[in-house]
Ligand binder design. Structure first.
Ligand code: FES
Length: 76
């Protein structure tokens, strides 16, 4: 199963990436200023951090907080 969205808010990572590119948002919190997502279980946060870091928008494996800690992005 591919993981390609915030399931709680049904927001695709590809769409969040577009928002980040258009607005210059560099952190999960920055993107949340423009799109409603990631405010329930928050399991999508490490995926969005990896997306912001690498540009990847679809993931094959589980990414946990410890796999993609907040310190990975210099702006957080
Ligand atoms: S999957 Fe994003 S808040 Fe639950």
């Amino acid at each position: 199963m591919k993981i390609d969205r915030c399931y709680c808010f049904q927001k695709r990572f590809a769409d969040l990436k577009t928002v980040a590119e258009e607005t210059g948002a560099a952190t999960v919190q920055d993107v949340q200023q423009h799109v409603e997502f990631g405010k329930n279980c928050r399991l999508c946060h490490p995926y969005v951090r990896r997306m912001l870091r690498t540009g990847q928008t679809s993931f094959e494996r589980i990414i946990r907080e410890e796999d993609e800690p907040r310190t990975c992005t210099s702006a957080e």
